[in-house]
Design a protein around this ligand. Sequence first.
Ligand code: SAM
Ligand code: SF4
Length: 326
Amino acid sequence: MIDQFGRRVEYLRVSVTDKCNLRCIYCMPLEGLTWLKRDELLNYEEIETIVRTMAGMGLRRVRITGGEPLIRRDLPDLIRKISAIPEIEDLSLSTNAVLLADQAQDLRDAGIQRLNISLDSLQQDRVDEIARRPGSFPKIFEGLEAAERVGFAPIKVNVVLIRGRNDDEIEDFARITKERPWHVRFIEMMPTGSNLDLSANSFISCQEALTRVRAIDQLEPVDGPFGNGPADYYRFPDAPGTVGVITPMSHNYCHRCNRMRLTAAGQLRPCLFGEIETNLRDHLRAGRDLRPLIEETLQIKPERHYLVQGSEIGSGGLVALSQTGG
Ligand code: SAM
Ligand code: SF4
């Protein structure tokens, strides 16, 4: 699948739910979101059909996301269906890890190869304040331990930078990579309809984070772990892990974007932001061939995102990243 700007698209992020068991301050508002109804959600057979169709067109990698994917019932059933598609070489999952301890082994057995875990602080009271579901912190760490125990590697830990909330932990997160084979990735906060003030006032660039990490020790640019997406990676001398930065705001990497997104309601989005989406669900339910629609959507993949800090411009009316899968 090659778009009009010559970008090869071989990666699909599949959101399996718009709901979440956390309410991260930069992602979801505490109230006011309306949830998809059951019949609006793609079922697992429908997701499988879409992934299979796209696999026949060149799709090679799939990431399961949400909302929080682990709250969707019988998720391993979907994982098994996708891992049985021969063209899919890489199947991964993004999670907040709250429910991971109980599910890690089943997910691995079903075919998940790699995990991204979101963790914005190493301190319990801060996780409580950022994720707004007190009591989650110990469960997240049990989840991380279970992930390591059942053999997930590499584990990528995603940290959204929030000035005044976790910026004094940049060094602590970076130092972990000297001890553990974690790939800690700092992410610049992106504006959505529900976080405009926060994303404007508490924004930290990854350049600032890197400057502080460099003050700890030498830092060499390195190739990323498998699954290298938009992040740039660095390593301390002899460290088992790496420090990565994802800079959607300060340096967008749209020119090398290799992905599309499938929302839980079956909308195919060629870009995380903007208004372009194609309703695959209704066409699928009407028995139509999806391939021309997928090809058309690929060909209108925008050249770049047009996000502007402190503004809804470019977000295409997106209220929360949980709605499209981040
Ligand atoms: N619930 C799962 C999780 O938290 O990993 C998967 C979905 S979440 C929407 C996917 C990723 O998007 C997470 O790493 C989260 O930190 C990130 N994210 C959410 N809102 C964001 C924002 N406004 N700016 C930057 N990253 C954001
Ligand atoms: Fe939920 Fe993930 Fe959004 Fe946090 S970032 S509210 S865990 S979907």
